[in-house]
Design a protein around this ligand. Structure first.
Ligand SMILES: Cc1cc2nc3c(=O)[nH]c(=O)nc-3n(C[C@H](O)[C@H](O)[C@H](O)COP(=O)(O)OP(=O)(O)OC[C@H]3O[C@@H](n4cnc5c(N)ncnc54)[C@H](O)[C@@H]3O)c2cc1C
Length: 417
């Protein structure tokens, strides 16, 4: 069989790349090393798959943390509206939730995978599972095909590398594409974790393990400068902190360099004065009681001794004996609960790998390599990443679309000659 395009990797980027090129007349084979397609896609959004974000291009640019300019043409070439329309055509209706996050109506990532498989089928993409690619071979700087890990080879004039990043390696994303690209002369921006829980020094986080705080604001501070600030939900764990706003903050701390301070504002809706007035009301209500027994209306029980320890106040002091200055200390502890971040969890636990193929070596309008003719890249293997909200999957789909489209456009130029 003669192929025009070999796609390496059956995640969202590779699937869309393969189907798009095939829809435009290319003979395409999709090679996936796992026994099925889309293993990482299956676990996205806790199994619900936050498949894209309905925001406009400015919203995307605000939420992409690495190489947003590089992605501009890509995102314009295949928008979230086009993805939603494609899914609908393949039988999957979607719904929009808070923050323009788009999910399948069924809340099942498996339905998204089924729709993508149908897209491949309709466009007659040949799928080979349990097929791991080892390297890409070239002649005179032009792609000629791939060598498989079993030693066999497949020939084609074009190859799309869509092997993903390096996290959640049990899903198949083990960084193979980085090696393949490096052997062909591409440089790598060192892969590092993004959207990753943070490890903290303070042992008291263990006492709060499992406690989730909603509507708090967290600042990350480096050398007295605020590096990132997020509002929403966070979670204490046995090693430190996690949850949506912590994951977002982590994406602004890469590459991670200690020391980073976190300041948690437990009552961001109240000014210092309003919080002081609130404390006075609570102290009137709990007149004669110990401090540790008079903050239940304000804080989760487990947090009370921690906040009191940070304020420096005696937990056994009676509330009617607390002075104005001492109330001020308590307000400060409530508005700036401090933690010291010593590092991140390992790369394998990251929602996304930051770093990857250097974008300077990829043409942003076609996603073709500037080094090797006929070589294309799509998805997380490229040095791009975004915050949570469906942006990362849309990047995978859009880069997949553009690379497939470009590979096919190149063929029509060649055959017209
Ligand atoms: C827990 C979790 C939850 C997430 N939730 C969301 C979410 O809700 N919304 C969102 O936008 N993003 C989410 N993401 C991020 C999203 O999953 C990724 O951005 C996306 O999957 C990247 O797509 P990709 O096609 O580039 O790579 P991948 O999905 O990683 O696919 C790469 C494929 O290539 C295959 N492969 C690798 N090497 C080879 C080889 N040598 N030969 C053949 N095949 C190979 C792999 O087996 C894999 O199937 C989540 C990530 C994680 C880990």
């Amino acid at each position: 069989m003669n192929y025009d395009l070999i796609v390496v990797g059956g995640g969202p980027a590779g699937i869309l790349g393969a189907a798009t090129a095939a829809a435009k007349g290319l003979q395409v084979v999709l090679l996936e090393k796992n026994e099925k397609l889309g293993k990482k896609l299956f676990i996205t959004g806790k199994g619900r798959c936050n498949v894209t974000n309905y925001g406009d291009i400015d919203d995307y640019l605000n939420n992409i943390t690495t190489n947003k300019k590089f992605l501009y043409s890509t995102l314009k070439s295949f928008t979230s509206q086009q993805l939603i329309a494609l899914l609908e055509l393949m039988g999957v209706k979607t719904k929009v939730e808070r923050g323009n996050r788009v999910f399948p109506q069924t809340d099942k990532s498996s339905d998204v995978i089924k729709a993508l498989q149908k897209h491949l089928e309709i466009n007659k993409v040949e799928i080979r599972l349990n097929t791991a690619v080892k390297s890409v071979f070239t002649r005179e700087n032009r792609v000629k095909g791939v060598t498989l890990s079993n030693g066999k080879s497949i020939q084609a004039e074009k190859v799309l590398i869509a092997t993903g990043g390096m996290s959640y390696q049990q899903t198949g994303s083990t960084g193979d594409g980085y090696q393949m690209a490096r052997q062909l002369g591409h440089s790598l921006v060192e892969p590092r974790p993004a959207l990753i829980p943070l490890v903290t020094r303070e042992p008291w986080v263990k006492d709060l393990q499992g406690l989730s705080l909603k509507n708090v604001s967290v600042k990350a501070i480096i050398n007295n400068k605020i590096k990132a600030e997020q509002f929403g939900e966070m979670l204490f764990t046995h090693f430190g902190v996690s949850g949506p706003i912590i994951l977002s903050i982590s994406s602004y701390l890469k590459p991670f360099k200690a020391p980073v301070k976190l300041a948690i504002d437990l009552k961001p809706a109240l000014s210092d004065e309003q919080l002081d007035a609130r404390l006075q009301r609570d102290f009137d209500k709990y007149w004669g009681k110990h401090l540790k027994n008079s903050l239940d209306d304000l804080l989760p029980q487990r947090l009370i001794p921690i906040v009191l320890a940070q304020s420096g106040l005696d937990i056994h002091k009676q509330v009617n004996q607390v002075s104005k200055i001492e109330r001020g200390l308590l307000v400060q502890a409530l508005k700036n609960l401090g933690l010291t971040v010593t590092g991140t969890r390992p790369l394998n636990e990251a929602i996304i790998t930051s770093g990857g193929i250097n974008v300077k070596e990829i043409n942003p309008s076609t996603l073709e390599s500037k080094i090797v003719k006929g070589l294309y890249f799509a998805g997380e293997v490229i040095d791009v990443d975004a915050l949570t909200g469906g942006y990362n999957l849309q990047i995978a789909f859009s880069t997949g679309f553009l690379s497939g489209h470009s590979a096919a456009a190149e063929k029509s130029v060649n055959s017209a000659r």
